[in-house]
Write a protein that binds this ligand. Structure first.
Ligand code: GLY
Length: 318
């Protein structure tokens, strides 16, 4: 059995590419890296890679992680600038015996030494978003921070190897050096080929208050189906945050076990995800949380068309 699951509609084309590798017996490391790179390279996604929205100093700082579920090797970069594919740098770091999580300048030095592609990740479109937001903030009471649509994936190959990976530009207008949950093991991602893997998207500051990805894997290790594991872990943590803090930030998790069974849970409306397995063609679903039970419905053709139209619509400076 092989399979891949990922947060958000934006992962679909990446999943398709990754699955083509898996179908031919490709390994879960190559498939997930290929899939995440596809999302990182697409300039119209505002929260991952090239075209990601900048921090308050108008710099695009990126976070990414890679985990190998066989060896439990982890590699991650945080607040890295001017490199095209943070997920590939994270994967490369996962092979180091130490120094597996590098931040800022240190991550850039490593990437430069290893010959990774340099790229100015700030697009003209992202710059317009930035300028418009600055203008809106002076005119209204608008919150500066928004947008935290991390791409997070879990992958299973025919040899039973599992991987997890994440990539994000984090919060729009974040402080320079701010790091979210995506490169943090246990919170943003976790995978163990003996059970399964999970990845998160949402408000990093809240996701990091727990280890929800790890908790889902732990539940799967007990034999619990990924859907129930996701629902239990998200509901419990959402409730915990609300009890202690009065509110819980956005949080959506996707998971797959080592049989290719999958699950998704969210505490928001309109969460989309993409999934494919040996038995299921790549498909985008929308999830609704109805009293703690998450109901997944295939995205309609109209929704899919509208999605791309709005992502690529011309953007004018205010
Ligand atoms: N979940 C991504 C972030 O908050 O940076």
């Amino acid at each position: 059995m092989w399979g891949m699951i990922a947060t958000w509609r934006m992962a679909l084309e990446g999943i398709e590419k990754g699955c083509n590798l898996l179908k031919e017996g490709g390994n879960a490391g190559d498939a997930i890296e290929t899939a995440v790179r596809e999302v990182e390279d697409f300039p119209f996604y505002k929260s991952v890679g090239y075209g990601g929205l900048p921090n308050e100093e108008m710099e695009v700082e990126l976070d990414a992680a890679f985990m190998d579920g066989d060896t439990l090797d982890i590699g991650a970069v945080a607040a890295i600038k001017d490199f095209a594919n943070p997920v590939s740098i994270a994967r490369r770091l996962s092979k180091e015996p130490v120094n597996n999580l590098l931040v800022g300048e240190g991550a850039e030095k490593f990437a430069h030494k290893e010959g990774f592609e340099r790229k100015n990740m700030l697009t003209d479109r992202a710059m317009i978003h930035y300028k418009n937001r600055v203008k809106e903030m002076t005119q209204t009471e608008l919150k500066p921070y928004s947008g935290h649509d991390t791409v997070g994936m879990v992958c299973l190959d025919t040899a039973g190897k599992m991987t997890a990976a994440t990539s994000t530009s984090g919060l729009f207008m974040k402080k320079k050096g701010r790091v979210g949950d995506s490169p943090v093991s246990g919170s943003g991602f976790y995978v163990d080929s003996k059970a399964g893997g999970a990845t998160a998207t949402g408000l990093g500051e809240d996701v990091m208050k727990g280890c929800v990805s790890y908790e889902i894997v732990r539940l799967m290790k007990e034999g619990i189906h990924p859907q129930e594991a996701c629902e239990r872990a998200v509901a419990m943590f959402d409730q915990e945050l609300k009890e202690r803090r009065g509110k819980a930030g956005d949080m959506s998790l996707v998971a797959m076990n080592n049989k290719g069974e999958w699950g998704v849970a969210t505490n928001i409306e309109g969460f989309s995800f993409a999934v494919a397995t040996e038995n299921e063609a790549p498909m985008v679903y929308l999830t609704k949380n109805v009293n703690g039970k998450c109901i997944h419905e295939p995205a309609s053709q109209e929704w899919m068309e509208n999605y791309m139209k709005t992502r690529t619509a011309p953007l004018k400076e205010l």
